[in-house]
Design a protein around this ligand. Structure first.
Ligand SMILES: C[S@@+](CC[C@H](N)C(=O)[O-])C[C@H]1O[C@@H](n2cnc3c(N)ncnc32)[C@H](O)[C@@H]1O
Length: 243
């Protein structure tokens, strides 16, 4: 068994062998394969996630659900940063699910595309999409809109629009936001925040930019100022796996 050290302090036992997946097509590989091959990206994600969860909610006890739990990197950060009364972990990949159960999480095999619209009674909801943008929350991930219920206190989700130059899809994003074209990531974040406010009455409180690939958003159900922070991809101090 290997062990991952997350944010330099939390231990996550790893109960499967990623090398078994070398011959599996990229789209079918589990998240552990990605994590082992790209620890520097996961490291930046870990620091970003710790920042998103820390001090964002008032002190208290909360229930949480994760719809795309992967290998549980965000799960272990959540568990250690927020006091949880219930923590339900959902994932489609069966190997990930076996690993998550062995690692001690209350886990079920589930398709996020269905469950995002039904498992909604939780205070905290995490949707760590493998890829998504303002366009896909209306198409592939349309259940995302059902997360914004009256009882919700925090939604954290992943947006990968910046992984392509905004010259490529900026006009499509602009059309969603009612402008000609989105030209910069700062503009994308600002417009997304206004859209969340207009559509759901929620506010994006924090946006963590992970290198050139992803933005992690944290939204709360009341008005809030927006803080944007960059998490450059530099080293593996936030995520390392040893034997
Ligand atoms: C970015 S990874 C999640 C990483 C995870 N949050 C962690 O910290 O380890 C995305 C995950 O979504 C899962 N996934 C993709 N489509 C899914 C779906 N429709 N339902 C549930 N899980 C899905 C993949 O198997 C993958 O593990």
């Amino acid at each position: 068994m290997k062990t991952a050290t997350v944010c330099g302090k939390w231990k996550l036992p790893i109960f499967f062998d990623s090398t078994n997946e070398d011959n599996v097509s990229r789209s079918e590989r589990s998240y552990i394969h990605y994590a082992v091959k790209h620890p520097e990206l996961v490291s930046a994600k870990c620091w970003a996630t710790e920042w998103l969860f820390s001090g964002t909610l008032p002190l208290g006890n909360y229930s949480a659900v994760e719809y795309l739990a992967g290998v549980g990197v965000q799960s272990i950060i959540l568990k250690n940063t927020i006091s949880l009364t219930k923590h339900l972990v959902l994932e489609r990949d069966e190997n990930c699910v076996k690993h998550l159960i062995n690692a001690g999480f209350d886990t079920r095999v589930a398709d996020a595309r269905k469950l995002m619209s039904s498992e909604t009674e939780f205070d905290i909801k995490l949707a760590d999409f493998p890829s998504s943008s303002i366009v896909s929350v209306d198409t592939k991930w349309r259940g995302f809109k059902d997360l914004f219920t009256d009882n919700t206190k925090l939604i954290v989700w992943t947006d990968t629009a910046i992984s392509y130059p905004l010259g490529v899809h900026g006009k499509r994003y602009g059309a969603k936001f009612g402008i000609d074209q989105v030209r910069t990531k700062e503009e994308y974040i600002e417009l997304y925040s206004k859209w969340i406010s207009k559509e759901f009455g929620f506010a994006i409180k924090k946006a963590a930019i992970r290198g050139k690939n992803a933005i992690y958003f944290a939204a709360v159900p009341h008005s809030s100022s927006l803080t944007v922070k960059e998490f450059p991809v530099t080293d593996t101090k936030g995520f390392s796996v040893d034997d």
